[in-house]
Design a protein around this ligand. Structure first.
Ligand SMILES: NC(=O)C1=CN([C@@H]2O[C@H](COP(=O)(O)OP(=O)(O)OC[C@H]3O[C@@H](n4cnc5c(N)ncnc54)[C@H](OP(=O)(O)O)[C@@H]3O)[C@@H](O)[C@H]2O)C=CC1
Ligand SMILES: O=C(CO)COP(=O)(O)O
Length: 335
């Protein structure tokens, strides 16, 4: 008999809780770590994540901890699911802890704030030699924890590690594909959050379904152009990590990034909109990193730039729309 796999899921918000539940349901010995001891104790007692997924019972097999060292000490591999702004600090803490894990995956979507560095670059520097993988794709936590059918993709430079992660996540209602393009997978997951704000703004302003479809398609074009300039594979961005997640977050009201855009389009001030959502809204930081990369690689991204100006409250959504519509006529693709 093979030993039961042991995984620590680090970050007990909605997505960490959903992925930990999934692993536990699949027979993996799973510990969910969160920084808030009282919240973790309450979760263990009630088997509900009252703040982030209040309507979904969690499996009896799931373990909870607020002790990072104890959570990771005997884990076979780790799955980090904190917001991107907390990712670097956590990786540095992990580098200091006694552990035996072989492989670090993350389902965080975003970049290192302030540098435009990809999360895989940050991990390679801090934990050199560890197999790494990114779990991404169209996947609202609430639907996953409720057992609704979902497909994601796991990209890694280490085929064995990608296979381990995908096999343990894969189950009757959760399909986990594998791929080898970490950069493309990370870029897609990060950029779709910015583009979801754009379509949210348009829908909040009641600009119609034509505008929504136009923004999704031209947004995909921005993702592809920046991706290819950075060395991503176009097919990654046309798959679950790019187009799939873009469609989900640009059209599904469970998306917090879309809801931010909707609120801004209806005239709600940024700080109020973020406060009302009450959860991580990655686009607020990601947009600056996307534009930093675009500048570095001389790529013009008019939709992402409009989102940046709106999120910095430099221009109103109405002015952003005027500027986008006033752009010159040109071929759809460069010849
Ligand atoms: N929700 C979803 O459907 C999906 C989310 N993602 C991605 O997953 C990542 C996490 O998002 P999500 O779970 O939704 O976010 P939530 O807003 O639901 O939860 C955020 C969690 O992160 C914790 N946290 C915040 N700062 C720190 C820190 N410094 N150290 C440790 N924990 C911290 C919070 O703890 P506390 O409560 O104590 O503040 C909370 O548990 C994001 O990058 C998101 O884009 C990806 C796919 C789907
Ligand atoms: O990444 C997600 C779904 O794939 C969740 O999107 P939001 O962060 O916009 O809620």
């Amino acid at each position: 008999m093979t030993a039961q796999a042991r995984v620590a899921v680090l970050g007990a918000g909605s997505w960490g809780t959903a992925l930990a539940s999934l692993l536990a349901r699949h027979g993996v010995h799973t510990t969910l770590w969160g920084r808030d001891a009282a919240a973790m104790q309450a979760m263990a007692a009630t088997r509900v994540n009252a703040r982030y997924l209040p309507h979904s019972p969690l499996p009896a097999e799931l373990h909870y901890s607020a002790d990072l060292a104890a959570s990771v000490v005997d884990a076979d591999w780790l799955l980090v699911v904190t917001p991107s702004h907390a990712f670097g600090e956590l990786i540095h803490k992990l580098a200091e802890l006694p552990s035996r894990f072989h492989g670090l995956a993350w389902a965080t979507k975003g970049f290192e704030p302030g540098t435009g560095r990809f999360l895989h670059e940050l991990v390679e520097e801090t934990l050199p030699g560890q197999p790494t993988a990114v779990v991404t794709g169209p996947s609202f936590a609430r639907e996953v924890v409720d057992g609704l059918p979902t497909a994601v993709t796991v990209h890694s430079d280490h085929a064995d590690f990608a296979q381990t992660v995908a096999e343990q996540l894969h189950g009757p209602t959760f399909r986990a594909y594998t791929g080898t393009d970490m950069l493309g997978a990370e870029l897609g997951g990060a950029m779709k959050n910015v583009l979801a704000v754009a379509t949210g703004v348009a829908d909040g302003m009641q600009l119609g379904l034509n505008a929504r479809a136009g923004l999704i398609t031209r947004g995909l074009n921005e993702m592809l152009r920046l991706g290819v300039a950075l060395g991503a594979r176009a097919e990654t961005l046309m798959g679950l990590a790019g187009l799939g997640d873009l469609v989900l977050t640009c059209t599904g009201d469970l998306s917090r990034n879309r809801r931010l855009g909707l609120a801004l389009g209806r005239g709600t001030p940024l700080s109020q909109a973020v406060k009302e959502i009450g959860q991580v809204v990655e686009s607020v930081q990601t947009v600056d990193e996307v534009m930093r990369l675009a500048l570095r690689h001389a790529e013009e991204l008019p939709i992402a730039q409009a989102v940046q100006r709106v999120l910095h409250e430099e221009i109103t959504p109405t002015e952003a729309l005027r500027q986008l519509l006033a752009r010159e006529q040109k071929p759809e693709y460069p010849e």
